[in-house]
Design a protein. Structure first.
Length: 443
C-alpha cells in the first residue's frame, strides 16, 4: 500500500494495544489511518483499539454538527465492533483525555488523522510534547497526502493541477476490504447512550439538526443517487441555482464518513469518461485538495492576513470607498439586507445547513460589498459559514471565503469600487431564477 503515513515521533512503545485516535476520518471503511494502525498492530502481535474524543468547547459546537457527528459514529462503532475492534468514546478536553487514556492502557503506539486546521495542530503539539511512545500521522482525507502533493502554498488550481496529477495514479487504488481488519479479540464493548450524550453536551441548541441522514450508509446512498441521476448533467448544471445539480456529498466528506478515494474510484468505474466526470473529479480532487494545501501552508487561512499581497493592497486602497449598503453581523445573520436573493440564501442556510455552490460565491462576494472592511467581511463570512453550514469548519470553507473576499487562488480583475481588483459578482445572472430550496425536498 502506498504510504499515506508519516512518523511524527519515535519513542519507546508501551506494552498495550495499538491506539488509533479517530478524529477527522469518522468511518470504518476505506480509512487509511485505521488500516495503517491495524497493520502495525498485526506486525507487533498486538490488538487495535479506537478512541474518539468529543469536546463540546469546540468552536461553533452546536446541535446541528454534533447530532450529525454522533449519528455517524453510531454506525462506525457498530461496524468496528463487528470486526472485534473496540471503539471507545470519551467526552472532554481532547489532548488531556488521550494522554490519560494512553497512560492508563499503556498503549504501544498512537496513530492520528492528518488535519491542517488550527485546533488540530494545537492538539497534535500537546500530544507530541507530553507523550514518549511512537506517534504516526496518516492523511486519510486527501487522495494524495497533503505533504506529498506540494511542498508549498500553491497560487491557483493551474499551478496545483500538474503537481497533484503527477502523484494521483500512485494513490488511486482501492483500500482493503473491511473484513481484512477483523481481529481475534474478545472484549466487552462499551455501552454508549447516544441520546444521553447529545443531551448532556453544553452546545448551542439554537442551530437545529438538519433532515439529512448521517453515516457511511447514507453517504454511499447519496453517492449512488448522484451517479444514477445527476452526474450526467454535472458539467452544465452545477451552476444552475434553480436545480440540485451537485452531489450533496460535502457533509459526508467533511465528517470523514466517506473517503474521497472511494468516491473517485466509484465515479471512474461507473460513469463514462466525459466532460461531466472530468468536471466532478476536478472539484473533488483538485479544488478540494488545493483547499487543504492552502490551510496546511498558510497559518492565516481564516483571516485577512492570509490573503495574497496584491489582494491585501487593493482592498486596503478601497477600504474608504463609499458603501451604498452597510450591514452588521446581526443583519447578515438574520437575513436583513435589502437583497431578496441574498436574504433567501441566508435563510435557507440557517434552516437547512446548506447552500447551493454557485450561491456560496454570491453570498461571500456580497458580504465583502456590504461590510465596512475586507477584514470584517472575512470574519463575518467565516463565522456564519462555520456556524450554519453542515460542512463548515472545513478547509473548503476557509478557502471559499478567502477566494470570495481575498482573491485566494484567483487573479487580479478590473479595478472597481470597494472590490479593487478582486473579482466582482453581481446578481444579474440570477435574475428571475428561484434558488433550489432543500427544505422543500423530502428524503
Ligand atoms: C463562500 C464559500 C464557502 C464555502 N464553504 C464550504 C464549506 O464550508 N465546506 C465545504 O465542503 N465546501 C465549501 N465551499 C466549497 C463548495 O461550495 C462546496 O464544497 C460544494 O458546494 C459542496 O456541495 P457538493 O458536495 O454538492 O459539491 P459537488 O459539486 O458535488 O462537489 C463534490 C465535492 O468536491 C469538493 N468541492 C466542490 N467545490 C469545491 C470548491 N469550490 N472548493 C473546494 N472543494 C470543492 C467538495 O468536497 C464537494 O463535496 C464553499 C465555497 C464558497 C465560495
Amino acid at each position: 500500500m502506498k504510504n499515506r503515513s508519516r512518523l511524527l515521533q519515535q519513542g519507546t512503545p508501551g506494552t498495550g494495544n495499538v491506539l488509533y485516535w479517530m478524529s477527522r476520518e469518522q468511518r470504518a471503511s476505506n480509512n487509511p489511518g485505521l488500516i495503517f494502525a491495524a497493520n502495525l498492530a498485526k506486525e507487533r502481535g498486538k490488538h487495535l483499539e479506537v478512541l474518539f474524543v468529543l469536546d463540546d468547547t469546540f468552536p461553533e459546537a452546536n446541535q446541528r454538527s454534533f447530532s450529525f457527528l454522533l449519528e455517524g459514529l453510531q454506525e462506525t462503532k457498530t461496524t468496528l465492533e463487528s470486526l472485534n475492534i473496540p471503539f471507545n468514546l470519551r467526552l472532554g478536553n481532547i489532548p488531556s483525555i488521550i494522554i490519560s487514556y494512553l497512560h492508563l492502557h499503556k498503549n504501544a503506539l498512537l496513530v492520528i488523522d492528518f488535519n491542517p486546521l488550527h485546533h488540530a495542530l494545537a492538539w497534535k503539539k500537546e500530544l507530541l510534547s507530553s507523550l514518549s511512545i511512537p506517534i504516526y500521522e496518516v492523511d486519510g482525507h486527501n487522495i494524495v497526502p497533503c505533504w506529498i502533493a506540494s511542498e508549498k502554498q500553491e497560487f491557483a488550481a493551474r499551478t496545483f493541477r500538474p503537481k497533484i496529477n503527477r502523484h494521483l495514479y500512485e494513490f488511486l487504488y482501492p483500500m482493503p476490504e473491511n473484513e481484512t481488519l477483523r481481529q481475534e479479540y474478545s472484549f466487552i464493548p462499551e455501552t454508549t447512550d447516544w441520546k444521553e450524550i447529545l443531551s448532556s453536551l453544553k452546545i448551542d441548541r439554537s442551530v437545529e439538526p438538519v433532515k439529512k441522514s448521517s453515516g457511511e450508509t447514507a453517504a454511499r446512498k447519496t453517492l449512488q443517487t448522484f451517479i444514477h441521476e445527476r452526474i450526467g448533467r454535472y458539467a452544465t448544471e452545477r451552476n444552475h441555482i434553480e436545480t440540485d445539480g451537485c452531489s450533496g456529498l460535502s457533509p459526508y466528506l467533511h465528517f470523514g464518513q466517506i473517503s474521497a478515494l472511494e468516491i473517485a474510484l466509484k465515479v471512474m468505474n461507473d460513469t463514462p469518461a466525459d466532460a461531466n466526470r472530468e468536471a466532478f473529479l476536478e472539484q473533488l480532487i483538485v479544488r478540494r485538495e488545493l483547499a487543504e494545501n492552502f490551510c496546511y501552508h498558510n497559518p492565516d487561512y481564516d483571516s485577512f492576513d492570509g490573503f495574497p499581497s496584491w489582494a491585501k493592497k487593493t482592498l486596503l486602497q478601497h477600504q474608504r470607498d463609499e458603501r451604498e449598503h452597510l450591514y452588521s453581523l446581526a443583519d447578515f445573520e438574520q437575513a436583513r439586507t435589502h437583497d431578496e436573493l441574498w436574504n433567501k440564501t441566508q435563510s435557507v442556510l440557517v434552516k437547512s445547513g446548506t447552500m447551493h455552490n454557485y450561491l456560496r460565491m454570491f453570498w461571500g462576494k456580497k458580504i465583502l460589498e456590504w461590510s465596512p472592511s475586507a477584514e470584517e467581511a472575512m470574519q463575518i463570512a467565516v463565522y456564519l459559514n462555520d456556524k450554519y453550514q453542515l460542512d463548515g469548519r472545513d478547509p473548503n470553507g476557509y478557502t471559499g471565503c478567502a477566494w470570495c473576499i481575498g482573491g485566494v487562488h484567483d487573479r487580479p480583475w478590473f479595478n472597481r469600487p470597494i472590490f479593487g481588483n478582486i473579482r466582482y459578482m453581481g446578481a444579474n445572472k440570477f435574475k428571475n431564477k428561484q434558488p433550489f430550496d432543500p427544505n422543500l425536498e423530502t428524503e
